[in-house]
Design a protein around this ligand. Structure first.
Ligand code: NAD
Length: 262
């Protein structure tokens, strides 16, 4: 028996086997959830369909989160097929490459700022609004993915740090808004993991190496570890947790210096 038996979960953000969303979907599947997935564009469609098949699902829908029409159609389809929804996982982030390479003051453009905030932060609210009616009376749970670059300055993370700060504030406002309906909203703040999105950050390899040295656990985290925490947070086991950012970062955020002398 799994902690998510009988739950219907939409996971947005599967792009490759390395995606955090893939680790989350795997964990949700192992805990008994029924899955629906989305793909950002036609290029990713067949790959996402392959993942869905491996989790015994044929529920795969297009969804570019910058397009309100596609978001509305996605939830219409879910309502038709399932008549409700228990879990929404938002594991989406984007900023133009030139924003993530160089001095923050110099490289942060108005357009880049808008795009990073639209795709990486606003999209959570847009999806949550459509999920809300489907989650009535079912103790719904919404989860997003963030990074400690919202709180600490990390070289080249730049405008994504601002977007993540906005995303984390959205989690608190959404939790307050939907809490009276029994819907919980939380974020997982993961340590660095090598994925497609992460490879767009110029100093990402250095982030991985620094993290490994500085964490109490002296290593980086895996998508499986993030997935297991996501399964807990979206389950009824976490029924008292909402509006929170839970760190799955091997302890990095508490450390001011490397614990071991070089
Ligand atoms: P990834 O590249 O595997 O996933 C990013 C996803 O965002 C992809 O599925 C992509 O299709 C989707 N996406 C981008 N623009 C979109 C759009 N307009 N519409 C729909 N989908 C869109 O990378 P990931 O690292 O798994 O990223 C997932 C989330 O985890 C992001 O929010 C990221 O910021 C966050 N995160 C990543 C790390 C890390 O080190 N990898 C650490 C903490 C948080």
């Amino acid at each position: 028996m799994g902690i998510l038996d009988g739950k219907k979960a939409l996971v947005v953000g599967v792009a490759s086997k390395h995606s955090i969303a893939t680790g989350i979907a795997q964990a949700l599947h192992e805990q008994g959830a029924e899955l629906a997935l989305t793909y950002q564009n036609e290029k990713l469609k067949s790959r996402v369909e392959g993942f869905a098949e491996s989790w015994n699902s044929n529920m795969v829908f297009p969804c570019d989160v910058s397009d309100d029409q596609q978001i509305a159609e996605l939830f219409e389809s879910l309502n038709e097929h399932w008549g409700g929804l228990d879990i929404l996982v938002h594991s989406v982030g984007f900023a133009p490459g030139e924003e993530l390479d160089g001095d923050f003051t110099d490289v942060t453009s108005r357009e880049g700022f808008k795009m990073a905030h639209d795709i990486s932060s606003y999209s959570l609210t847009a999806l949550a609004r459509e999920a809300r009616p489907l989650m009535q009376g079912r103790n719904g749970s919404i989860l997003t993915m963030t990074y400690v670059g919202s709180q600490l300055v990390l070289p080249n993370y730049n405008v994504m740090g601002l977007a993540k700060a906005s995303l984390e504030a959205s989690v608190r406002y959404l939790a307050a808004s939907m809490g009276p309906e029994g819907i919980r909203v939380n974020a997982v703040s993961a340590g660095p993991i090598k994925t497609l999105a992460a490879s767009g950050i110029k100093s990402f390899r250095r982030m991985l190496a620094e993290n490994e040295k500085r964490t109490p656990l002296q290593r980086n985290v895996t998508t499986k570890e993030v997935g297991n925490t996501a399964a807990f947070l979206t389950s009824d086991m976490a029924s008292g947790i909402t509006g929170e950012v839970i760190y799955v970062d091997a302890g990095f955020r508490n450390m001011g210096m490397n614990p071991i002398e070089d």
